[in-house]
Design a protein around this ligand. Structure first.
Ligand SMILES: Cc1cc2nc3c(=O)[nH]c(=O)nc-3n(C[C@H](O)[C@H](O)[C@H](O)COP(=O)(O)OP(=O)(O)OC[C@H]3O[C@@H](n4cnc5c(N)ncnc54)[C@H](O)[C@@H]3O)c2cc1C
Ligand SMILES: Cc1ncc(C[n+]2csc(CCOP(=O)(O)OP(=O)(O)O)c2C)c(N)n1
Ligand SMILES: [Mg+2]
Length: 568
């Protein structure tokens, strides 16, 4: 049956199981929007195309499905760039569809023409410029396969206006994607299960470094089987949070720049690191020249390019993590490793970093209290979507995630403005879940226009603004490393409660610890969007901290018991 390229686009999306797309129309994508009305796909009208990409990304991270964003050519497409890069850095599968000027106009500086495939080449897993109607369906189906397979990531499909309006016959059997794995034999990754087992079984002080790949490969059960059978403690990356339950006795907590001091010390003292689905980001390793010098290292990653990239390892295995661990389990020797666990318990005992929770209410509202109360009041069951900054680190430290995909956060690109739109995507993907946005006063102001999107969609969404009147994470660096010269970090904002009112949503401001619980419960009871403006201590800092590039074990610790601030 003949159809237009625009119809082939939606038909292909329906066949991929897509039910929701996030987008914004314009001239070059109008034929596609017109055809959309004939298909059972819900379109979420965003307020800025960056929001569409973060929504698709949040949708993907919360559900494991591929998220879809759609925009017009030129400014619509370029507005997507930040969201695409965000998804790329964190291996999140999204498909972005853009309209393009007519194929005959390409290269003529036509109205709203940008070379979006050129622009996004380094920040997509793959991209396509489709100029003929008959190529639309195949490109879309391949885009989904590329986005979701192997190491997930963003794919962009740019479709010219004439490819949308042109007519085609689609042989759907012929559009089944045929992906071929190209392999460079010079790349590392051919380590064997036997080599890994020899190191694991001989280790006295092994430590698992569990990353985002645990959830991307669905290896949550396997990693626990490995840890429990061989009694190996686990440290998680920021993006690995939730892959191993926080309450599991073998889970020591987060590693890295703002990780737990005992975790970083254990890494430096370990005799074996098992890096599983993580990529040794510099926020994780600190100074590479002094990183885990006592440890042999096993690295499993589905992407060969990650192996021996930042950290040279003894056994490099390019494989899906779930498959790799399953191969190890039968040959794994049970081992209590009592001395190692006793030592780690000692390291933990020495750390006062979480003592803030035990302090009596001294009249100050600390962000850590707010997050910890949020965890307690939601029974740890919420999907929390954070922005970037101090509040993001406090969330990682004080909200204990026991379930996979319950923390959605921008790690690699660290994109301020991510949280609200990503949470909209997460809520669309998981309508039955309680979703909380944890966002700074700075980042919220970057994409707060998406409040209107959440309202138009009738979403039940909760927003916790950690309002410290600063671009707090940058202020903290200025405090520690620039002599408290606060250049361009004090930031004002609107009256967020009045803003909530203007959007027709529930709003409340809290500046006392004793009011936190009531406000959180009121927001939870409210059906619709709720916003709480938590006016927290202005100059609090995130501890502990490894200064950028410093040795992992040389952390700045919280001055005891708590820093009193300039605002006191
Ligand atoms: C302000 C700020 C502070 C930060 N501080 C910290 C910190 O203190 N600690 C910290 O950990 N992070 C921190 N980060 C985050 C950090 O920048 C990285 O994003 C994070 O460490 C990456 O975690 P990851 O390697 O597990 O995930 P990713 O970067 O997503 O990497 C996942 C890896 O898994 C692999 N993979 C994917 N699928 C599979 C599969 N099926 N099988 C096997 N492998 C697979 C991928 O190829 C990739 O190499 C911070 C970020 C910000 C913005
Ligand atoms: C788009 C973007 N611009 C700049 C930065 C650099 N940056 C990282 S954290 C931060 C401060 C964030 O302030 P806020 O949103 O108020 O959160 P807080 O740190 O105060 O919790 C800035 C400016 C960034 N990560 N992203
Ligand atoms: Mg702030």
């Amino acid at each position: 049956m003949a159809m237009t390229g625009a119809q082939a686009l939606w038909e292909a999306l329906v066949r991929e199981g897509v039910t929701d797309v996030f987008g914004y129309p314009g001239g070059a994508i109008l034929p596609a929007y017109d055809a959309m009305l004939g298909y059972p796909i819900h379109h979420v009208l965003v307020r800025h195309e960056q929001g569409a990409t973060h929504m698709a990304d949040g949708y993907a991270r919360a559900s494991g499905k591929v998220g879809v964003a759609i925009a017009t050519s030129g400014p619509g497409a370029t507005n997507m760039v930040t969201g695409i890069a965000t998804a790329m850095l964190d291996s999140s599968p999204i498909v972005c569809i853009t309209g393009q000027v007519g194929s005959k106009l390409i290269g003529s500086d036509a109205f709203q023409e940008t070379d979006i495939t050129g622009i996004t080449l380094p920040i997509t897993k793959h991209n396509y410029l489709v100029t003929r109607a008959e190529d639309v369906a195949g490109a879309i189906r391949e885009a989904f396969a590329v986005a979701a397979s192997g190491r997930p990531g963003p794919v962009l499909v740019d479709i010219t206006k004439d490819a949308q309006t042109g007519s085609c016959e689609v042989d759907w059997d012929a559009t089944v994607p045929q992906l071929m794995e190209t392999r460079d034999d010079a790349m590392p990754g051919d380590g064997t299960a036997a080599e890994a087992l020899a190191l694991i079984n001989a280790a006295e002080r092994p430590l698992i470094l569990a990353g985002h790949g645990v959830m991307l490969s669905g290896a949550e059960r396997e990693i626990l089987a490995l840890a429990e059978k061989a009694r190996i403690p686990i440290a998680v990356t920021l993006l690995g949070i939730g892959g191993v339950p926080a309450s599991h006795p073998l889970n020591l907590g987060m590693m890295g720049m703002h990780g737990e001091a005992w975790v970083n010390t254990a890494i430096q003292e370990a005799d074996l690191l098992l890096a599983l689905g993580m990529r040794f980001d510099d926020r994780v390793t600190g100074n590479l020249r002094t990183y885990a010098l006592n440890a042999k290292k096993i690295h499993v990653d589905i992407d060969r390019a990650e192996l021996n990239k930042n950290v040279r390892v003894d056994v490099a295995i390019a494989k899906d993590l779930r498959v790799a661990i399953a191969e190890w389990l039968p040959g794994l020797a049970p081992n209590a490793r009592a001395a190692w666990h006793a030592h780690i318990d000692e390291l933990k005992g020495d750390s006062a970093v979480r003592d803030i929770q035990n302090l009596p209410d001294n009249g100050h509202l600390y962000a850590a209290h707010v997050i910890n109360d949020l965890w307690r009041l939601t029974d740890g069951n919420a999907v929390v979507v954070t922005d970037v900054g101090q509040h993001q680190m406090w969330e990682a430290q004080y909200y204990k995630h026991d379930t996979p995909r319950s923390l959605v956060t921008s790690g690699g690109l660290g994109t301020m403005g991510f949280a609200l739109p990503a949470a909209i995507g997460a809520k669309m993907a998981c309508p039955e879940k309680e979703v909380w946005v944890v966002v700074g006063d700075g980042g919220f102001q970057m994409t707060m226009c998406e409040l209107a999107t959440a309202v138009q969609e009738g979403l039940d969404l909760n927003i916790c603004i950690v309002n410290n009147g600063y671009l707090g994470m940058v202020r903290q660096w200025q405090e520690f490393f620039y002599d408290k010269r606060y250049a361009a970090t004090p930031i004002t904002g609107p009256d967020f409660v009045k803003l909530a009112d203007a959007f027709g949503i529930f709003g409340r401001a809290v500046d006392r610890r004793s009011d936190v619980e009531d406000a959180v419960q009121a927001a939870r009871r409210h059906h619709g969007v709720s916003l709480i403006d938590f006016r927290v201590e202005q100059e609090d800092s995130v501890y502990p901290m490894v200064p950028a590039g410093a040795d992992l074990h040389k952390m700045i610790r919280r001055p005891s018991p708590i820093v009193e601030t300039a605002a006191d």
